[in-house]
Design a protein around this ligand. Structure first.
Ligand code: SAM
Ligand code: SF4
Length: 468
């Protein structure tokens, strides 16, 4: 399928709408800038989309606040991956009703993956009458026009087109910090894992043009960003829709060649497309950090087939072991689903044995959550929730042991870390190449720089250290 790129003329129309909103708001709120409160739920892809929406809001003259009760515009950018994420959005939306009662001019908007689902759209229409604007994942570029209509006509706007998805360029993102930036390389997903709603709500995989990504990467380095995180649901298949293979490895090498002191990370790698060439590229590119997030989901081949993952345990372990051979200090992290429909305790034990075999540095463990419209949602699922919770605990305990042993082995060693800020304890903190959090004492002017830190006290999930 050819990628559908939004033409410049349509984008120009949207920039014009930004100015129209700005003028309208200047009339309605004389003497002060309108205030926006935006909150993004979910993955890095959502965060990057939220940053583009913030970029558009800035062009409309909005300033940003952390207190929703003071805002003129509130936006929730939502996630649909698990039921829990959806429940949080509904409960947080419920709390906004009182703000609307005290400020009838407040605009409340909901966008992103959740609203792309018909049953959610209906629920927002009928049960949340104080939500003014709803726009889907394929209507982000027309957000200025939707907001203009919503403010001008003072009527509810629901803009949720059905689409395979579009790519639009030229909207400046408002990055949430000046040190680390997400750089999307593709949108959507073609993999249709049987449990996952992402392909249904984010559309087909669309790669951004190579030159557009390179231009963004050069700009981020010129702007002083120290970490570039390349993001996509499956970065390894970047460019497949242009008929290219292994284009991601080439992209990594070319970004690595941009002059400057910065680091590169990427997420997510799908094991079926993670080539040995990619691992070689990581090993050879000095700016690419020694961390790979390689979600395995299950250690059992039958369950992997039922999940439609297109790799087996053998293939997964081959890639992971090659990565460890080529990059001995690499950290491998992963996502796992516990209690997939039909999974038995015996199948589950294959997952436990895989985490001991690979020795992941950390895991995101999820209990299976049935998603409307996915194949797995209609599969027989006889294991009761309490049993799945017990398996979850069993796996978390096993991973904790693995992580504690890995941390202990770091004691006394020195790691280079990008200093990101201060944590709640008031200590400086950053991440090692392996993406492990490390905290230490030091002055504020180290924030945004690379420092060498010696590990003095390795805890399971965080390292404590001393500046060298
Ligand atoms: N594209 C990435 C990949 O394939 O590895 C992952 C994207 S998904 C947004 C993040 C994680 O959520 C998945 O790796 C999976 O572990 C988890 N997930 C997705 N759907 C789920 C579901 N229905 N129930 C529980 N966990 C789910
Ligand atoms: Fe979902 Fe699978 Fe696509 Fe990841 S690869 S986003 S888990 S369908």
């Amino acid at each position: 399928m050819a990628t559908s790129v939004v033409p410049d003329i349509e984008l120009q129309k949207q920039f014009d709408y930004c100015l129209k909103v700005k003028t309208l708001l200047a009339e309605r709120l004389p003497g002060r800038a309108p205030l926006a409160f935006t909150h993004t739920y979910g993955c890095q892809g959502n965060v990057a989309e939220g940053e583009r929406i913030d970029g558009m809001l800035a062009q409309m003259g909005y300033e940003f606040c952390d207190d929703a009760s003071k805002a003129d515009f509130i936006l929730f950018n939502t996630c649909a991956v698990r039921e829990h994420a959806e429940e949080r959005v509904f409960s947080n939306l419920g709390r906004l009703k009182v703000f609307k009662e005290t400020n009838p001019n407040l605009i409340i908007a909901v966008c992103g993956c959740m609203v792309q689902q018909e049953h959610i759209k209906k629920k927002l229409k009928s049960s949340f009458p104080y939500v003014d604007l709803v726009f889907g994942t394929h209507a982000i570029h027309t957000f200025p026009e939707s907001l203009y209509n919503c403010i001008l006509k003072q009527e509810r706007v629901f803009e949720v087109p059905d689409s395979d998805g579009v790519v639009f360029e030229g909207v400046p993102s408002k990055h949430s910090n000046g040190i680390k930036a997400f750089l999307p390389i593709s949108y959507g997903c073609n993999n249709f894992c049987t449990y996952c709603v992402v392909p249904l709500v984010k559309g087909r995989e669309r790669s951004r043009k190579y030159e557009d990504i390179m231009a963004d990467a050069r700009q981020l380095v010129a702007d002083g960003y120290k970490e570039i995180m390349l993001i996509g649901q499956n970065v390894n298949s970047y460019g497949n829709d242009f008929g290219e293979t292994n284009l991601f490895a080439k992209l990594l090498r070319e970004i690595n060649d941009i002059p400057g002191d910065f680091i590169i990370r990427f997420m997510t790698s799908h094991p079926k497309d993670c080539s040995f060439e990619l691992i070689d590229t990581m090993a050879e590119c000095s700016k690419v950090e020694h961390h790979i997030h390689l979600p395995f989901q299950s250690g059992n081949d039958r369950v992997l087939r039922e999940m439609n993952r297109h790799y087996d345990r053998k293939r997964y372990t081959e890639v992971a072991k090659y990565a460890k051979e080529r990059i001995p200090d690499i950290a491998i992290t992963s996502d796992v689903i516990v209690g997939f429909p039909g999974e038995t305790h015996e199948d589950f034990l294959d997952t436990v044995s895989l985490i001991r075999e690979i020795e992941f540095s950390s895991l995101y463990i999820f209990i299976f959550s049935p998603r409307v419209g996915t194949k797995a949602a209609s599969m027989p699922d006889p294991v009761p929730a309490e049993e799945k919770s017990a398996w979850f605990k069993e796996l978390s305990d096993a991973q904790e042991e693995v992580a504690a042993a890995r941390s202990l082995a770091m004691k006394g060693k020195v790691y280079r870390a990008l200093v990101e800020g201060r944590n709640k304890a008031g200590r400086l903190c950053g991440r090692t190449s392996q993406n492990i959090m490390i905290e230490f004492d030091g002055p504020d002017d180290l924030i945004g720089t690379f420092q060498n830190i010696k590990v003095t006290e390795p805890l399971t999930w965080i390292l404590k250290g001393e500046l060298q």
